[in-house]
Design a protein around this ligand. Structure first.
Ligand code: PMP
Length: 468
């Protein structure tokens, strides 16, 4: 059934040559438009929208059922539910099962977990240099962090992880990405999770990138992901983990809905998951998550993977075939459809600006919220990193290191990749047009230099609003 289409695929943009072009998103790794199935679910539900859990009215009952149905779908998506009878699987100790906590996104989910594990300054979390900042900074706030290093290709293997996990004192957690948002590379979790478990170390997998492309590893103890990267951008995300970690201690957020009883000097917290979800929950975001999960269940991850492999190979080989392009990361077959690259002697922000203004192609550029990984992939020396740090401190990002990222998903077609590669060729062969753009020193971003060309943005927006 793939490829499919997404809400907004028909939006058109006026480009600086006066031509109207269909907008092409190659920025799926940042965020995805909703699946039509997801939007339909939301629209269908909205007349019954109400508060959940605490209302006795009909709509509140319906909304509570919708919300709890989404929670079951999340557990299923993470391999934590018995598919025959719908019961939640027991955790690795054979106890208590798993809880799905519905939150905003991956960042919030990891902050939530980092707080909830109750780690202190003598505790250790092992993570990797490949991680997004969301899986680095929350750990540094509470405990010591040991890092699995990567090689010049940006990869490591299970033995590298074993080495870090085996150093005494034993870590409390391995926090590892399911796939990199820069290179699309996935660590070998089929080996890494069992070996962490052999060493009695529980594993969190950051599935922000993995979730829209591959089945979530069912043996991960903790899983986090974001709705806006799985075609359900309605503000929902999830943290799934063994219930036993959430039955004692203070919840991440304190407030209504998380308590059984409150006196002026006493509080009885509810059992999880309610204990972890103080405040009015995002029922629309939860339903959207369920809609996306059920879409993946209906098409099956095999067809998603087949499709991904085809476009990933096409994207990577197309970029690597161009002598003026350097692709970062390993040159291997099994990458997500994510390719990050630099164009010879051309600033990353200028490449991105020209793709947008001249070709209506949306990509991401910069450091992708994973500075340690990008620094390694670009092979920057400590002196260079220090120099860039000093420049940023002075408010000058004009020569900040970075790269351009093109990323696709379920609706990306081979002709989209052709259009993108042709655009890159055309940009490289018309460097005289670079002078149409000026750089803002503070942000490092390029925009159109000539005021007479500024109708580009305006026209584009008008068209985007009244799309055909
Ligand atoms: N981890 C990875 C691997 C990501 O790619 C991202 C988003 N770029 C995040 C975490 C953070 O996700 P969110 O912004 O949805 O919190």
């Amino acid at each position: 059934p793939l490829p499919t289409h997404l809400v907004g695929d028909d939006v058109e943009v006026m480009c600086i040559d006066g031509e109207i072009r269909q907008y092409l998103s190659l920025d799926f790794a940042a965020s995805t438009s909703p699946l039509p199935e997801v939007l339909e679910r939301v629209v269908e539900y909205m007349p019954n929208y109400s508060s959940v859990h605490r209302g006795a009215g009909y709509k509140s009952q319906v909304s509570t059922q919708v919300y709890e149905g989404a929670r079951r779908a999340i557990l299923r998506f993470c391999g934590k539910q018995d598919l025959d009878d719908g019961s939640t699987l027991a955790d690795s100790d054979g106890q208590d099962g798993y809880s799905a906590i519905i939150c905003r996104n991956t960042t919030e989910a990891i902050n939530h977990l980092a707080f909830r594990l109750g780690l202190g300054k003598d505790d250790i979390v092992v993570t990797t240099v490949v991680e997004h900042h969301a899986n680095l900074l929350p750990w540094r706030r509470y405990c010591q962090v040991r890092y699995v290093e990567c090689d010049s290709q940006g990869t490591f293997d299970a033995q590298d992880v074993r080495r870090e996990l085996s150093v005494s004192p034993r870590p409390s957690l391995l926090a590892i990405t399911g796939a990199s948002n820069i290179t699309g590379w996935s660590p070998d979790l089929t080996e890494i999770i069992p070996l962490a478990h052999e060493l009695a170390v529980p594993v969190l997998v950051d599935c922000a990138q993995l979730a829209p492309h591959r089945k979530i590893p069912a043996d991960a103890d903790f899983v986090v992901f974001s709705g806006h990267k799985i075609y359900a951008p309605f503000g929902g995300g999830a943290l799934v983990g063994p219930t036993k970690y959430f039955t004692h201690g203070e919840p991440f957020l304190a407030g209504g809905g998380a308590v059984d009883l409150v006196d002026l000097d006493e509080v009885l917290w509810s059992a999880p998951p309610d204990r972890e979800e103080a405040g009015s929950p995002n029922v629309v975001g939860a339903l959207a998550l369920q809609g996306a999960i059920e879409y993946f269940e209906s098409v099956g991850f095999e067809s998603v993977e087949d499709h991904d492999r085809t476009i990933s190979r096409y994207l990577h080989s197309g970029l690597r075939a161009r002598p003026y392009v350097t692709v970062l990361g390993p040159d291997i077959d099994d990458l997500l459809p994510v390719a990050t690259f630099v164009v010879d002697s051309m600033p990353h922000s200028l490449v991105a600006a020209r793709l947008s203004c001249e070709f209506a192609i949306g990509v991401r550029h910069g450091c992708f919220c994973a500075h340690p990984y990008l620094t390694r992939l670009l092979g920057l020396s400590n002196e260079e990193v220090d120099r860039f740090r000093d420049q940023v401190r002075r408010g000058d990002r004009s020569s900040s290191p970075g790269a351009v990222r093109a990323s696709g998903g379920i609706s990306t077609r081979l002709e989209d990749i052709d259009r993108f590669l042709d655009a890159i060729d055309s940009i490289v062969s018309s460097r005289d047009l670079d002078s149409n753009y000026v750089q803002d020193i503070v942000s490092g971003e390029y925009s159109l230099a000539n005021e007479s060309l500024e109708w580009y943005g305006q026209g584009g927006q008008d068209l985007a609003c009244g799309h055909s």
